[in-house]
Ligand binder design. Structure first.
Ligand SMILES: Cc1cc2nc3c(=O)[nH]c(=O)nc-3n(C[C@H](O)[C@H](O)[C@H](O)COP(=O)(O)O)c2cc1C
Length: 272
């Protein structure tokens, strides 16, 4: 058995070396540790847009809830997707199916979602009950709600104001585009969903790196049947969330909630 494993590993190593050496020298880079790293044109892409550094990108990304109606250049949307496709996934299964909705279709979907919301009949593929968060998690949820609604000038006991504010999810907060992230269903789906979330984060960072805004929205998944019907996809494809995106509006700072984060040592234990 050990003999077979060693043979298999040697075969893989030989195959990798063969592939590396097959690349023209211009595409090979010697890393600091002396090993050869291969960057193909496919990895690098044709970088038409200047992007922020990684450090700045992760800090620039915030949920944007106020957008300019000006559409994003379709070539730039492709660049964002081209970055997002390098997301890791369990066994490289790449389970994401992305639907980018813009223009008249976007307006049609907003109307359909508002209609579905008015019936109050939810069709969630994945349950979500924010009241289940307890302890510090519940506190953070309440802190976020208070910050969010106060930034909109909506009082704590203003139920109608909250309903209207929440309804902006269905008109994509005025964004000209929305990406629906759909996935096939396997087992309890937790790991597939994990892959989709990773894709979502790469997508959001790719937007932020280009100065674009986006907001992930679980609320769009409350009416998964409506979304599927509009997109013409079968109910075997599940909807985790959507991401509204576009150019941030000039007055974004008025509605932007700058959320905080706990310090590294509060959630990390270092073991040696
Ligand atoms: C998976 C996911 C789903 C979310 N769903 C919604 C949503 O339905 N509506 C909304 O306004 N914000 C939604 N958010 C945004 C969060 O409220 C936001 O990420 C959080 O408050 C942290 O703020 P930040 O993104 O500005 O850093 C969602 C975020 C994630 C990661």
């Amino acid at each position: 058995m050990l003999h077979l494993m060693l043979l298999y590993r040697a075969k893989i190593a030989a195959f990798q070396l063969q592939r590396r050496m097959a690349k023209p020298p211009s595409e090979r880079k010697i890393r600091a540790d002396g090993r050869i790293a291969t960057l193909t044109k496919e990895h690098v892409g044709e970088c038409r847009t200047r992007t922020l550094s990684f450090h700045d990108t992760v800090r620039a990304r915030q949920s944007c809830r106020s957008f300019s109606p000006t559409p994003v250049d379709p070539a730039q949307i492709r660049e964002v997707l081209d970055d997002a496709r390098w997301t890791p996934s369990n066994c490289n299964t790449q389970p994401w199916q992305v639907h980018i909705v813009s223009g008249a279709k976007r307006d049609e979907m907003a109307q359909a979602l508002l209609g579905a919301a008015s019936t109050g009949k939810l069709s969630l593929d994945f349950s979500f009950d924010d009241k289940l968060f307890d302890g510090r998690y519940g506190e953070r949820r309440r802190e976020h709600g208070a910050l969010y609604y106060s930034s909109l000038g909506v009082a704590r006991d203003d139920t109608e104001g909250r309903r209207i504010a929440s309804g902006r999810n269905f008109t994509f907060f005025g964004a000209p585009h929305v990406a629906f992230l759909l996935m096939p269903s396997f087992g309890d789906n937790v790991r597939v969903a994990g892959d989709i979330v990773m894709f979502g984060q790469t997508f959001l960072l790719a937007l932020a790196a280009r100065g674009l805004g986006g907001v992930p929205q679980t609320v769009l998944g409350y009416f998964a049947d409506t979304v599927r019907e509009c997109l013409g996809v079968p109910d075997t494809m599940k909807l985790l969330f959507g991401i509204s995106f576009g150019h941030p509006a000039e007055d974004t700072h008025l509605t932007q909630v700058r959320t905080g984060r706990d310090e590294v040592d509060s959630f990390t234990k270092f073991h040696q």
